[in-house]
Design a protein around this ligand. Structure first.
Ligand SMILES: NC(=O)c1ccc[n+]([C@@H]2O[C@H](COP(=O)([O-])OP(=O)(O)OC[C@H]3O[C@@H](n4cnc5c(N)ncnc54)[C@H](OP(=O)(O)O)[C@@H]3O)[C@@H](O)[C@H]2O)c1
Length: 272
């Protein structure tokens, strides 16, 4: 598995998303994924599944240093004391002494960015979050964080897939050497039934979903966190790494509609 080096952490480029999985279903899915070789698990306090993920990690016996765990603070908890409380609760549920990446999950209408990043930086300095970052930040917000506050963010986690253009955001992140972690990398499953992707897949003995994931992972500085509850899908998604897309495939994917956003952080300043 390839990794992205960012702000002192080594981020496996393919991780397991866990949104909308909870309890026993989530525990079993994460245990299965760890068994298949996944070493990057994406969760959030808002998903209500950190306890299930903690149980799966504890049962796996995997050396902590070989595992990357991302969690996120929800946007109702962005005041300094609330961040600390949320962080402590997340660690406890995950049964961990530290997380590898702690993200601001979603911008809030009125948020004090300098105070937020001062708090996150403290968690990093204390060694309890190995790196910090953001999710759903547009270019305007990123500029404040990166150029004014100068926070050492290790990624921006945003929606990105074959049906959504993110060129301006990608260019900004690339210029600052900040990885883009693609969420909804399968357009919430829609990519798996797209006829263009299916036809590209047939050519290579692969599935449409594998084509969609490999297209993302062929891009420099991009990681992806597909969610899959079924072991066959988890394995298929890992196996996308073996696929070799050619120029004709990339042209066909470039011609797909690029305005199919699944998640809209609507209250945030305009997406650019
Ligand atoms: N930061 C944020 O605000 C934010 C927002 C949204 C998501 N996320 C993160 O990103 C992760 C991924 O996004 P997502 O879960 O919304 O959507 P997604 O990963 O694009 O799609 C998940 C769907 O695709 C299906 N699937 C997975 N692999 C497949 C395969 N090989 N063939 C066919 N179908 C397949 C899954 O089915 P099964 O589950 O039935 O296997 C599920 O229905 C989330 O779980 C979460 O961790 C973050």
């Amino acid at each position: 598995m390839e990794h992205l080096q960012t702000q002192g952490i080594s981020l496996p480029r393919l991780g397991l998303g866990t949104f909308r999985m909870q309890g026993e279903v989530c525990r079993a899915a994460v245990e299965c994924a760890l068994g298949l070789g996944y070493r990057h698990i994406d969760t959030a306090e808002m998903y209500g599944n950190e306890d299930a993920i903690g149980a799966a990690i504890a049962a796996s016996g995997i050396t902590r240093g070989d595992l990357h765990v991302t969690t996120k603070v929800w946007n109702e908890n962005l005041a300094p004391e609330a961040i600390r409380r949320a962080f402590d609760a997340s660690l406890k549920k995950l049964r961990l002494n530290h997380v590898d990446l702690y993200l601001v999950h979603w911008p809030a209408r009125s948020m004090n960015l300098p105070a937020i990043f001062e708090t996150l930086l403290r968690l990093k300095q204390e060694g309890r979050a190995r790196a910090i970052g953001v999710a759903n930040f547009n270019i305007a917000l990123l500029k404040t964080v990166v150029e004014e506050i100068r926070a050492p963010i290790a990624c921006n986690q945003v929606e990105y897939h074959v049906m959504l253009d993110q060129t301006p955001l990608r260019k900004y992140l690339a210029a600052k050497s900040i990885p883009l972690v693609a969420y909804c990398p399968l357009a919430q499953g829609r990519a798996a039934s797209d006829p263009t992707l299916a036809s590209i897949g047939r050519k290579h003995g692969a599935s449409a979903a594998q084509v969609a994931l490999k297209w993302l992972l062929d891009q420099e500085g991009v990681a992806a966190i597909p969610k899959a509850s079924r072991s066959e899908s988890q394995k298929a998604n890992l196996d996308c790494l073996k696929l070799r897309l050619d120029d004709a495939d990339r042209r066909a994917i470039a011609a797909l509609p690029k305005d199919k956003r699944c998640v809209n952080p609507g209250f945030a300043p305009a997406w650019d």
